[in-house]
Structure formats: structure tokens, C-alpha cells
Design a protein around this ligand. Sequence first.
Ligand SMILES: Cc1cc2nc3c(=O)[nH]c(=O)nc-3n(C[C@H](O)[C@H](O)[C@H](O)COP(=O)(O)OP(=O)(O)OC[C@H]3O[C@@H](n4cnc5c(N)ncnc54)[C@H](O)[C@@H]3O)c2cc1C
Length: 411
Amino acid sequence: MTDRPAETPAPVRFRDDVTVDLIKHSASDSDVLWAARVSTAGEQSLDELTKDPERSKGLINYLMRDRHGSPFEHNSMTFFISAPIFVFREFMRHRVGWCLAGDTEITLESETGGPRRRTIGDLHRLWHPGLHDSREAPTTRVGGPDSVRRDHVRCFDEETLRARRTAIVDVMESGVKPLIRITTAGGRTLRCSADHAVLTPDGWRKAGELAVADAVMTGGSAPLAVPDPIAAIAEDGEEMTYDLSVAGPWHNFLAGGIVVHNSYNEESGRYRELQPVFYVPGPERKLVQQGRPGKYEFVHGTPEQHKDAVAAMEESYAQSYAAYQEMLAAGIAREVARATLPVGLYSSMYATCNARSLMHFLGLRTQHELARVPSFPQREIEMVGERMEAAWAELMPLTYAAFNANGRIAP
Ligand SMILES: Cc1cc2nc3c(=O)[nH]c(=O)nc-3n(C[C@H](O)[C@H](O)[C@H](O)COP(=O)(O)OP(=O)(O)OC[C@H]3O[C@@H](n4cnc5c(N)ncnc54)[C@H](O)[C@@H]3O)c2cc1C
């Protein structure tokens, strides 16, 4: 890694690597096995887990080979990732993870007033004007895109359970997915995918792992989140789903009055001054593209090309960061001044996924000799993928081996 001060007066730093730390996980091969065996063993499926290791290995391989995917969803990994913004632009194309039905009511909170609600489907339509047919008007037409982009949601400090307020960073469409409906004794309803994380008195749990009588944390206009027992859980069809990304430090919001997590959380350039850390290619990064479009390869290039590229990038970064600081010093808002910063700036985020979505990500964002369908990812996102893969391989060795043995195609 290169991590050294620039030769300019600005305190700019340059890096040629990425950070990927597995910070939280509930993921093992046995999660796949119990989910698969419930089909045939019902309530005895847990007893089956340790009976026959060879059979377990064979079952995981069979599920992977025949692309029975859902048993690989009952697990969770949260990674802290620090990488250049251009990596995150690619990363966030993956709509993996956790999703809510379009009619889910999100609790918004203004700076002065109390909470009010709007469906996540409406938020998405307002957040992305032009994406939707104008006849498809939101059911509650309060404000337009500008006002929704200023909206904040009610969230909770996970230690004190006190209500807080945080900005919406993005509203995403996550694809058509099977849903479950959770209804609490207090009358709250959440319709979400089985892998959406819900806050309980014991911490974060996947919605699909919860049972009747388990408590979930709920909130309303009161200053504290409170537990509310589940009265019913049922499958609830398939439909388009959505998710929110909210600014930290609390990575949650209220959906249907129940505290849920969001799947991506990136640091905010509106709420904090962005730090001057920028990407430069390391000596091993192949810099030169050879061949025609659709059939090319990367080669190293000469030492001069590397030196010139790094020098040009460092100079440009230092200039744009100086302009950013000048604007801040002149009283310009951070959210405006950041427009001058390039995509080589480092950002950081938490990304949560399950093994199935991680396998899909790895199939596209890494190159591997065992891949039956080769992909040609940009090297920098591949560096992130390689580190996620190494952490996951330790947690789920049988699943990992089956993924490789079956051509690295996600089930
Ligand atoms: C090498 C490479 C080059 C690329 N180049 C470009 C480019 O030039 N321009 C560009 O815009 N993008 C580009 N992409 C991004 C690419 O088009 C995908 O958006 C990205 O890889 C996410 O893949 P995904 O949609 O399969 O993954 P995810 O969003 O993680 O989805 C996983 C799977 O779920 C299913 N799914 C998810 N959402 C839906 C939905 N709404 N409807 C139906 N099924 C759904 C699909 O089966 C999908 O494969 C590139 C990607 C790669 C790997």
C-alpha cells in the first residue's frame, strides 16, 4: 500500500488499495442445510444437521449444481468497505439484500414537527422523477422531488433506543421478490423479503427467522422504541420491492412502524467534510488496454506511463481538493462544494448481503480460472470482491467449495 503525504501544501493522501472488514456475520454451512432439509424433515431438520457430514456436503453441492438458491439466503454478512467512489458506483448496481413492498409506510421526520408517513413506493416515484409515467401519481402528493430529497426518516440509537433523525441518501427499486407479512400484537404490519433485517430486543434478526411470539422493536411518536410481540407471520405473494439507504451513524428506519435495517450505508458528503484520501494505481495495476472493443486485455505499460499517470492524478486531486476547501472556507455548503471532487476520492460504506447475493456479485466482479462464464470486471472492484470472498470462504467452506466446483455461478 502507498499511503504518503502529497508534495503540495494541502494535506492530501494517496492510496492504492482498499479496505474490506467483515464486521458482523451470522453465516455457516449449517444455515444452508437446515433451510434445505426442512423441505423433507420438517421440525426434525435441526437434528439432521450433524448426522452425516458427507451427506451434508453432497446436499450443498446438489443445491448449488441444480440452482436451488433460496437455502443460501438464510445467512447474513456485513462488510465495512473503504474504496474509491468509482468502485461504489459499480457496487451499488447490485440490488442485493433487503427489500420492502411498495405499500410499506416509512416514518419521516421533519426538523421541527413530529413524524409523518409516506409509502416507500411513493418515495421512490418522487425520488426518481421521469422514471415513472406521470399518470402514475403518488397516492399522497405532498411536495415534489426537491422536498423528498430533503426528507429525513425517524431512526433509533440502537444502544439507548431513543428516536433520532437521519437523512435519506437513496431510494432503490430492488426487483420482484417473494414477501412475508409480519403482524404484531400492537397492530403493526411489515411486508418484506425474508432476508430483511428487523431489530429485536436481542439485536438484528432476519425477518424469515422470526416466529410468532418473538418480539420486534417498534416506534411511533413516542421518544423510545419498544418491543411488540409478533401475532402472525404469513407468506404474502411476489411483487416489486424497494429499499432505502439512510445516512449514519444509525443504520435503521421505521417501516410499517417496525425498526428495520438498510443494506447499504455510505458516508455522507452532506453531513461531514470529506477527507482528502484519493486513489492512485499501484505498481502491479495493469494500465494499458490492448485490442478492439469487446476483445481486449490489459497489460502493464512502461514505468514512465505509470509514473506519468500517477503524477497527473495526484496533481488533479490536489487541485480539486484545494478548490473544495476554498469553497468551504467561503461559506459554501458541503453538499454543493463536493461537486468539485473526483470519483477517485475514497468513501466508505457498510454493505450487507447473504451468500446467494455474494456469489452473484463474485461471479460478475471477479475473474477466476474456475468460472464457467468469464467476467471482465474493473480491477478495483475485483480487489474488494477478492477480500469479501476470502472472508466468506472461511465462514462457509462447503458452500464455497460447491460454488467453485459448479463454475462459480450463483444458484
Ligand atoms: C464487467 C461488467 C461490466 C458492466 N458494464 C456496465 C456498463 O457499461 N453500463 C452499465 O450501466 N452497467 C454495467 N454493468 C452493470 C450490470 O449491467 C449490472 O447492473 C450489475 O452487474 C448488477 O448485476 P445484476 O443486476 O445481475 O445484480 P443484482 O442487482 O445483484 O441482481 C441479482 C439478480 O437478481 C435478479 N434481479 C434483480 N433485480 C431485478 C429486477 N428488477 N428485475 C428482474 N430481475 C432482477 C436478476 O436475476 C439479477 O441477476 C457492468 C457489470 C459488469 C460485471
